[in-house]
Design a protein around this ligand. Sequence first.
Ligand code: CP3
Length: 370
Amino acid sequence: MIEAQPQAASAAPLLNDTFLRALLRQPTDHTPIWLMRQAGRYLPEYNATRARAGSFLGLAKNPDYATEVTLQPLERYPLDAAILFSDILTIPDAMGLGLEFTQGEGPSFAKPVRTEADVAALQVPDIAATLGYVTGAVAEIRRALIDGQGRQRVPLIGFSGSPWTLACYMVEGRGSSDFRTVKTMLYARPDLMHRILDVNARSVIAYLNAQIEAGAQAAMIFDTWGGALADGAYQEFSLAYIRQIVAGLIREHEGRKVPVIAFTKGGGLWLEQIAASGVDAVGLDWTVDPRAARQRVAGKVALQGSLDPSILFAPPETIRAEARRLLDAYGPEAGHVFNLGHGISQFTPPDHVISLVDEVHAYSRKQRQG
Ligand code: CP3
């Protein structure tokens, strides 16, 4: 059988570009929505694929499985973007630290970075040699997003952890409630901490640029633990490296701008400074007043957020009311991407997500008419 040569995925016109337009503060007919961790354990179909893959890493390291789970939430909900299924800890894994996920305990590293010699040995990984499964997944997802009429349904987001958030896992060797080990290094040996962060920043630049070249159409930097830093330390040990990354990224690809989003959880106090880092958009958690945030960034960047994920446990009418409240607070002007303030909980009833996505689309259309 002769198969027709498929056209390059990059040649397919983008059917729904509201997400990319909103990030660039261009007008859209509705407020786009996607959800952090939209592919995950709250979906029974995700759990079924994960069982077939044998483990979380088995899933993430296989481009066919990664593609399958990336598309699962889009089959259920009319979301406005897809996000690559992977994890932020792929980079330290590629550096040789030995990533493991133990059931119920989350991620850990066999060889955490603790000593001067450990730090000196760190190197930017060869992306093609160690992270080809990620760029392979990006390319495969782009092809899978093409509909029956040759159009790409929604854009694909690539992502990475921030240098500081990666360093937290690399030095602690696992998640932490007080970050004692990594903060001890930060205060006792700032030179070592800066060397780790510099290697991480250069790795993130190479990694995100490889994702962009493979077909990621926006890039998001997850600074999940930036909010654990003191004022002053945040600017020196996290934000400075986010700025370094933004300066090193490919900003235009396939004839389109590639917007960059930075999300520092707990970073609301530093919103103006994050907005001045060169990013196109800032992700907000639920502690931030959206109306004030709009004024504080003064049209310099788009905002993404910021619903408390726990609202998805409430009855559908409450979810719809909270969505309207947030849309009213952000206002109908260009430059808002609706999202949760952090990842969706594994205990979320999947049907509740329908109410949220539907209300955001319907009410934001109404707002623009009124
Ligand atoms: O948003 C998406 O749908 C894309 C997928 C995605 C995952 N991890 C899949 C995942 C993304 C964007 C991440 C980022 C990530 N990973 C972050 C930053 C964002 C955030 O949520 O703060 C962090 C800190 C990690 C590290 C990580 N990975 C932890 C701490 C854990 C265990 C915690 C948990 O929820 O169990 C993971 C595992 C992980 N990454 C899961 C998923 C779907 C669950 C693993 C499983 O299926 O068993």
